[in-house]
Ligand binder design. Structure first.
Ligand code: SAM
Length: 280
């Protein structure tokens, strides 16, 4: 290793076998490991017999640490950054530090490995040639629905991370805004003992999760098919018509007329009208 580098090291998202030899060698060789939760990462390093000192770097102290850490790197120290699971910076801390070091021209070295987004896409059975990673949706219902409305005409496959206590609400909101028939795959506890994968229409998936509270635990990735291209284009025309109608008529009347004008299904027109009304 040359002096003064920050190694961004991916660690397992569940199965401890999923760590690379290069990750282990790097974590053992650096002067310091920066970790979100030092107790948790201490156990991980201990499992592999690594005794490198740890320092906490998390969303609450990262900003304050950036200068100090960049000076230590300039002085020749070698450090690794890990997060609680998967790849640092992917819905995890590290961006502020990496941005600063990159702007300074310092050495930032990736040691790639697991990340739940790629792991989920690889088995979701939905197109992977283009995708959008949305991370966590807003926690509050209204903000979440607004964000989903903004995304409802996205034609690329969409990937969402979700906390267990919000997974059902999010699936219900997805079915409401994207339509009950849009295909998706719900993945839970990837690479762990209770790994679960369920593929189907959003409404069916939401009913399944509602009826099986035992499945509402653990870590979730939800991968959703993009909107069909014709539908996204058709929506634009329907939106323009609805926009005009809604200026003059109550919602149900505007929807009736738009259905007659476009020949589209009523529930789709109704969904678009609702979204328009809520965003105006
Ligand atoms: N940096 C991580 C990565 O590279 O995937 C993500 C960290 S983010 C704080 C944690 C979220 O990632 C979880 O809420 C869940 O949505 C997803 N996740 C992480 N591990 C997972 C697993 N084993 N199975 C399913 N989802 C997982």
């Amino acid at each position: 290793m040359t002096a003064g580098a920050l190694y961004i090291v991916s660690t397992p998202i569940g199965n401890l076998g999923d760590i690379s030899q290069r990750a282990l060698d790097t974590l053992a060789a650096v002067d310091l490991v920066l970790a979100e939760d030092t107790r948790r990462s201490g156990r991980l390093l201990g499992h592999y017999g690594i005794r490198t000192p740890l320092m906490a770097l998390h969303e609450h102290n990262e900003r304050a640490l950036v200068d100090k850490l960049s000076k230590r790197l300039q002085a020749g120290e070698q450090m690794a950054l890990i997060s609680d699971a998967g790849t640092p910076l992917i819905s995890d801390p590290g961006f502020l530090l990496v941005r600063e070091l990159t702007q300074q021209g310092a050495r930032v070295v990736p040691i790639p490995g697991p990340s739940a987004v790629i792991c989920a896409l690889s088995v979701a059975g939905l197109p992977t040639d283009r995708f959008v990673f949305e991370g966590f949706l807003p926690a509050r219902a209204q903000a979440r629905e607004t964000r989903l409305q903004e995304l409802s005409r996205e034609t690329r496959t969409l990937v969402f991370y979700e906390a267990p206590h919000r997974a059902l609400d999010t699936l219900q909101a997805l079915a409401k805004v994207f339509g009950p028939e849009r295909l998706a795959t719900v993945m839970r506890e990837l690479t762990k003992a209770y790994e679960t994968l369920r593929h189907g229409e959003l409404q069916v998936l939401s009913t399944w999760l509602h009826e099986e509270p035992a499945q509402q635990r653990g870590e979730f990735v939800i991968v959703v098919a993009g909107a069909p291209v014709e539908e996204a284009e058709g929506d634009e025309a329907v939106r323009e018509t609805l926009q005009l109608l809604l200026e003059e008529l109550p919602l149900s009347r505007a929807v009736d007329l738009a259905v007659r004008l476009s020949g589209e299904k009523r529930n789709r027109i109704y969904r678009i009208a609702l979204a328009l009304q809520q965003s105006s």
